[in-house]
Design a protein around this ligand. Structure first.
Ligand SMILES: [Zn+2]
Ligand SMILES: [Zn+2]
Length: 393
């Protein structure tokens, strides 16, 4: 612990960078959603599977989506234009519905002279948003599809039958599908997501694999409950139409809404199979939301405790809590030991070490603290709890 503090002190003294450059550099680093590997060796990859461009109702050319995704440290980005909603078609006619994907894919190619975020590779995924106005069946995304044109609705079918056919097409293309913003007030005036017979049937038939528990700035406990009860993959997406920089407070450590994919393979196939297996955590406003095993794996890989030194002639023991994740952790100490110099609730900032003194620790090797992580949800209104011990060998 002392070594960490000493090196921080040295860095602080030796690197008085100009304030402006230093800040923008810090923002560029802080906005990246990059997690270390899990203890079992799997990677944690950030993906955003719901975005728009001018090829439906978004405000930007698809290459802007790519640039943002690279700046945010994403592994994969899906372009998912509305199939049935084309408000810009008069200005931007595009009979080929794969154009957005083609342009984004081209923009994602790493050029030999690339600098900064553009040096990083980005997997661009083809997708489409099935867009029915009624609650049944509302909006659903199909990603990892091979041909968006084949996803266009068949004429003469009612919205439910048309959507079923579109989901079948997506599945036949090997796609991954999910229910978008199931609580959206345009379709659900009370804001409460409810599993209706149409979606229940899609799920039962294996046509619908996931659900947005978070869409942009909105989170739904009811969607979270539907996900857990029906074993649907939990997703967070930006559904960005304007600019990520407009919608998120990146300058103050914010991150875009996204999905963390826990995968053994940093490949398209690896991401797809983890999505199919439900190995995801939604990241939203510095909250982690998911099935317990997934949230716990991510937090365990990034939140650690080290024993420091005791206050002389006392059993008051210094400990360091280390946060190696890009999000701040809000922690409630459940004991059994209380802190001497802190309350029960404290924040361990992203990428930092928080030191505190614990009372009545006669044998530091046996110290085990039970923490509730107040921004890690394993069920609606239910937080992750975990026990931390010293990690140093
Ligand atoms: Zn939508
Ligand atoms: Zn959308």
């Amino acid at each position: 612990m002392r070594r960490i503090l000493a090196s921080l002190l040295v860095l602080g003294l030796l690197a008085p960078a100009p304030a402006v450059a230093h800040d923008s550099e810090n923002i560029a680093v802080a906005r990246r959603i990059v997690f270390p590997k899990l203890q079992d060796g799997r990677s944690v990859l950030a993906v955003d599977l719901h975005t728009h461009s001018v090829f439906s109702d978004g405000s930007v050319w698809p290459d802007v989506r790519v640039e943002e995704a690279k700046r945010d440290g994403l592994f994969a980005l899906a372009v998912s234009e509305h199939l049935e909603y084309q408000p810009k078609a008069a200005d931007i006619p595009h009979p080929d519905r794969n154009r957005s994907f083609a342009i984004a894919s081209q923009a994602a190619i790493v050029k030999p002279d690339a600098t900064g975020a553009n040096k990083a590779p980005l997997l661009v995924v083809n997708g489409s948003e099935i867009t029915k106005l009624a609650i049944q069946p509302g909006h659903m995304n199909a990603v990892f599809i091979s041909d968006a044109n084949a996803m266009l609705p068949k004429a003469g079918l009612n919205p439910v039958d048309a959507a079923r056919e579109q989901l079948k097409t997506a599945n036949a293309q090997g796609g991954f599908t999910f229910w978008n913003h199931p609580y959206w007030t345009s379709q659900t005036p009370n804001g409460i997501a409810t599993l209706d017979p149409v979606h229940a049937d899609f799920i039962k038939k294996g046509l619908l694999h996931g659900i947005e528990v978070v869409n942009g700035a909105d989170m739904s406990d009811e969607a979270f409950r539907i996900a857990l009860d029906n074993n649907l993959t939990i997703l967070g997406t930006s559904d960005i139409h304007g600019l990520i920089d407009w919608d998120y407070d990146l300058a103050n450590g914010g991150h875009r809404t996204a999905t963390l994919v826990l995968t053994a393979s940093e490949t398209e196939a690896g991401v797809k199979s983890a999505l199919r297996a439900g190995d995801t955590v939604a990241i939203y406003n510095d909250n982690l939301i998911g099935k317990k095993a997934n949230v716990e794996a991510v937090v365990r890989a990034t939140l650690k405790m080290e024993i420091g030194e005791a206050v002389p002639r006392s059993t008051v023991q210094g400990v360091s809590i280390i946060n190696e994740s890009p999000v701040d952790y809000l922690i409630e100490n459940l004991g059994p030991n209380d802190a001497y110099d802190e309350g029960h609730v404290f924040t361990v900032k992203s990428g930092s070490t928080f030191t505190l003194l614990m009372k009545n620790v006669p044998d530091p090797a046996k110290l085990a603290l039970n923490f509730k992580v107040l921004n890690a949800y394993v069920a609606p209104r239910e937080y992750l709890t975990l026990q931390l011990r010293d990690v140093t060998p």
